[in-house]
Design a protein around this ligand. Sequence first.
Ligand SMILES: Cc1cc2nc3c(=O)[nH]c(=O)nc-3n(C[C@H](O)[C@H](O)[C@H](O)COP(=O)(O)O)c2cc1C
Length: 151
Amino acid sequence: MKTLVTFFSVEYQNTRKVAQALANKLNADIFEIIPKEPYTKADINWRNPISRCNREFFGKKEVPVQNKVENMDEYDTIYVGFPIWYGCAPLVVNCFLKDYDLKGKKIYIFATSGGSGIGKTAEKLKPYIEGAEIVDARMLQTEKDVEDYIK
Ligand SMILES: Cc1cc2nc3c(=O)[nH]c(=O)nc-3n(C[C@H](O)[C@H](O)[C@H](O)COP(=O)(O)O)c2cc1C
């Protein structure tokens, strides 16, 4: 069985760099979670009360994904990486996860942030990964963090 590193990244590509480093180290496949409607810079300006990200978060909106992992069955271990938004996973990550039958799979969560810790992020994802086991959930802010982690 194989390992898949999935990630969502938009603001500074922080999570993308970490995900790529992780996939390299683990010799894993990699998959980018892309929203059906990709985010622009204006969309993610949380300082603007009516920006898209604020409307979605406070309106508890669905944020559908444009692409799909066609061979999810082949993976028994899935890494899921994202930037912390409003203290937890961005809504598009919930939508991504709930599209799959992840029963029996091992899930490793990693995140980047502007300072927040991992908090209750893993617990809040549980409803979207029914039957899967969250083995670990941690902040991995840089490629150096990935090196230390894999050691
Ligand atoms: C809509 C939005 C909400 C955010 N909320 C938080 C937060 O609650 N705590 C925090 O430390 N950083 C927050 N950030 C900062 C990002 O987590 C941080 O810049 C991250 O590393 C960006 O990753 P990326 O470059 O892969 O998108 C937020 C950023 C955005 C755009």
